[in-house]
Design a protein around this ligand. Structure first.
Ligand SMILES: N[C@@H](CCC(=O)N[C@@H](CS)C(=O)NCC(=O)O)C(=O)O
Length: 391
């Protein structure tokens, strides 16, 4: 039987795209995606702690769908909590494990190589919420982890980590907001109408078809089948909305508003500008990730009438870790709704370049004329090069 170390190495080889992040010696390996909200949470926490890690960029999109690679799924299965229900035919529109079960085919996955370099076996940790709490528990010496010795703060963090986990980010991204869908056009073109679910279903069916050739074993088979059932359930929800039944989307807006109202309430009750009073904590950072995601897809109007949340968003967006790991992270989804932050923190030309990038992507995904598509691709490449230069 392969050791954990060997399974980790196989997954690293399968995914590739590894690069060093953070400072100092490498403590962790992170399998993540620049555009995944769950990965953003972990990157932001690692940034706060200031630890060195190897980041492997997992390409989620078909035809690569690296998150379904058997060597990566095998790695995640190592960390399946005992007795944890695997994902199946339930789709809620949130990525919460508590709601839909344990998903073996997603990012992020963290591998702890151990504080002691002579450590025998690495430890695999899954689920963004669990990973973030794990990291904080490992780094008591970091100022960000002051909460580790404060039970009251831990309660606040745990409550708000759950809130962010329950926020239906996935539904908002995949299916849009039924009140007003302000997702960037290129995104709607690329994933709208259930097309993302359909390509995922295709990729999973292809993986299952490779049984006995590329992989073997009942555990992997169960993992792929569970993920396929979950994805089909998501597709069925999307199909309902296309037929005009908006119940699922209206329900997700009710949940989103309820969670934002709870944030507003706790910010109002707080004795300082953060959720734990004067001191910044993981609760604030997680909401920073969540609010930015909602803003990116055009939903920041939801806190127009929540003054504490509105001011909080401005404040938390200025946090260095959030900017480095999320807002300005290379490969982050561009959006007109985020351009103002590029202008504010990177200068007027950065904001301008960001807008042009979005326009160019809109054109490449809409227009059928090759010449226009080519010109848009040139504009997009120039904008990306400029933004990388400003990084
Ligand atoms: N509960 C998990 C959910 C992770 C998750 O849903 N990841 C998404 C990106 S945010 C993903 O990898 N999606 C790709 C797919 O489902 O194929 C966590 O919080 O880590």
């Amino acid at each position: 039987m392969a050791s954990t170390k060997q399974i980790v190495e196989k997954a690293q080889d399968a995914i590739g795209n590894g690069h060093k992040m953070g400072q100092g010696p490498v403590r962790y390996i992170l399998f993540h995606s620049p555009v995944s909200v769950c990965s953003e949470k972990v990157r932001a926490v690692l940034g706060e702690v200031g630890v060195g890690y190897i980041a492997h960029d997992v390409v989620l999109k078909n035809p690569f769908a690296q998150n379904y690679h058997p060597d990566y799924v095998a790695l995640r299965l190592l960390a399946r909590p005992e007795g944890a229900k695997l994902v199946g035919g339930t789709w809620t529109g949130s990525s919460s494990t508590a709601e839909t079960g344990y998903d073996p085919c997603v990012v992020p996955t963290l591998v702890d190589l151990g504080a002691d370099p002579k450590c025998v076996e690495p430890k695999v940790i899954v689920d963004s919420k669990v990973i973030c709490e794990y990291i904080v528990a490992q780094h008591h010496d970091s100022a960000f982890c002051w909460t580790a010795s404060c039970p009251a703060a831990q309660r606040v963090i745990s409550k708000h980590l759950d809130f962010v986990d329950q926020t239906p980010h996935v539904a908002q991204l995949y299916d849009g907001n039924p009140e007003k869908d302000q997702r960037p056009l290129f995104l709607r073109n690329a994933i709208g109408g259930g097309s993302l679910h359909l390509t995922q279903i295709e990729a999973l069916e292809a993986r299952l078809g490779q049984k006995g050739k590329e992989w073997s074993g009942s555990e992997l088979e169960e993992a792929y089948k569970g993920k396929l059932a979950k994805t089909r359930a998501g597709q069925a929800k999307t199909a309902e909305t296309i037929r005009g039944d908006l119940t699922y989307l209206n329900d997700m807006m009710v949940v989103t508003r309820r969670l934002l109202a709870a944030l507003e309430e706790d910010l109002t009750q707080s004795t300082g500008e953060w959720l734990c009073g004067e001191q910044f904590s993981m609760a604030d950072l997680m909401w920073g990730v969540s609010l930015f995601r909602m803003q990116l897809i055009g939903n920041s109007y939801l806190w127009d009438n929540l003054p504490k949340t509105k001011a909080f968003a401005e404040r938390v967006y200025s946090r260095q870790s959030l900017q480095d790991a999320v807002i300005f992270y290379p490969g982050m989804l561009p959006s007109h709704h985020a351009a103002e932050l590029h202008t504010k923190y990177r200068g007027a030309f950065a904001g301008f370049a960001h807008h042009r990038l979005v326009n160019a992507l809109d054109v490449t995904t809409t227009c059928s004329q090759h010449k226009m598509k080519f010109m848009a691709a040139v504009v997009a490449a120039a904008a990306v090069a400029y933004m990388a230069f400003k990084q």
